[in-house]
Write a protein that binds this ligand. Sequence first.
Ligand code: IVH
Length: 615
Amino acid sequence: MLCWIVVAALFGGDAPPGELPPEAASRRIEELRREIAHHDELYFRHAEPEISDSTYDGLKRELAALGEAFPALAGGLSPADGLGDDRTGLFPTYRHREPMLGLEKTYSETELRVFLARLARSEGRDDLPFVIEPKVDGLAVSVTYEKGKLVRAVTRGNGTEGDDITANARNLRRLPRELRMNDPAGGPPPESIELRGEIYVPFADFRRVNEEREAADESLFANPRNLAAGTIRQTDPEEVERRGLDVVFYGFAACEPASAAPATQRELHERMRAWGLPVFAAIRTARNADEVWSAVQEVGRERANLAFPTDGAVVKLDPVALQRRLGASETAPRWAVAYKFAPERARTRLLAISVQVGRTGLLTPVAELAPVAIAGSTISRATLHNSREVARHDFRIGDTVVVEKAGEIIPELVEVDFATRPAGSRPYVFPAACPVCGTEIAAEGDVIRRCPNPSCPAQVRGRIGHFASKAGVNLPGLGPALIDALVARGKIRTIADLYRLKPADLDSQGTGPDRTADRLIAAIAASRQSELWRFISGLGIPRVGEAAAKVLARRFGSLAALAAAQPANLIADRGSAVPGLGTAAALSVRDFLADRGNRALLAELQEAGVNPAER
Ligand code: IVH
């Protein structure tokens, strides 16, 4: 019974999962696992999430609740309870001396107090000493110092083994290469110590980088975390510095000699500060649940003044001996818990639902809203993800809706205020035809809707725009307006057409003096010499971003060799046949190459003199 109450509370009154028939539960578990795996891949491997953290956490909690209600169906509940995997294949990997775990998360005062009460009960006292820290929204890093010198920086990876990003980490703004050895407050650092912290991008740098990208007509980073993750996982250390990545430390793992390890979390912070490492300006302490809760709320109030993005507070037991005794589960320590802040919400009117056509023909419904201020900006559009999400929430034009925005992320609609729904409103019907070219829409499963017409002007514009972006060969002179005009006039249908453009084709587009046109033609011609990965990434193969494109460039060495790849060169019995490339990406490349139109495009590119090789 208690379990049902908890479950019902989690779902805000929806039918508890325990009431679902087992077949429906089993289907939903499967569906959630697939969806979570998909979002894990986007988040961890590509640093390009499609949904907000709170929606993602909602999926994981629904799966966990179903797992509790149907233990028989829940065998091997991964990936819901796993940690994900952010290894890229671009760096040598390194095995952590102690695993990098996640944190158990709570989302309400009650959940947090349940955790604290359990801890007090298991220790038989209710005056346990706690430390409360901000929860930084970046990516975890493990940094090892030996004899005070920085020797290694490694990402979390799968928790056991991560990417060795030492060269990139050396360019983090405040990461010292050497620790201060003689500060009396810190004493000499241990012979060797593995420190744990978070790499992040300060808000000011996030805004600056996006402003620069906007000016250069490049796609924007949805939030500071994506910018940090996307930058640290690429192989140009200078970019780390240019984009202002920074780090802050909050933990330690392996330490030699063991006797040199700090005895409390507070001591750790003080000593790290004395060694010259970046740490939180202030941490809070508490001795019971009430004090913990007020400290957590203080962190919430302080958030707006912090330079780094936060998504919660972390409550930790202070004495290291106690931490050690309590130990950890497979995924999280038992002596710490995260409290996640609720994202900011606001109410507004849903004026219309428009449908965007992506470069792969993917149709995304977008909410057009009466402008509303939230989390420091004015929102007039929000993603609705897909037709199923619109149907699930029953969003209708004219509804009053709740919009959610956490920090700097892309806003999303979370619910309808049914009480104020206007009489006579109708459920939203997804269009049957592409809003741009009128072709009948194709359904892929329950969720995905695509315009199947590869010549749809929206897709053509999207593909060319992607190829010309920094993710491709980087032609800043070829902006959206010019692409629109060239596509409308039939001057370009494919990226190969770019290499056949003449100054006259551009002239009549009103691009100004001839010199602009000449310069663009010269830039397009020069792009023939771009690095191979830029062409591969610029092709816009689903699931092949910069990282995967670099792996493919290294593996195949030339566009011709990639074009000639056989399915067996990409997919083996047990998944991807390309080391460092994920199976989903390998399947996507195989499908791309199997398509006649794509083969023709690759041939045309080569005919147009584009045949870059890996240098
Ligand atoms: S302690 C074994 N402290 O949050 C203890 N983690 O969601 C685990 N994080 O993997 C880490 N701020 O990347 C800790 N003050 C903080 C943190 C923090 C952010 C991250 C860390 C962790 C993740 C869990």
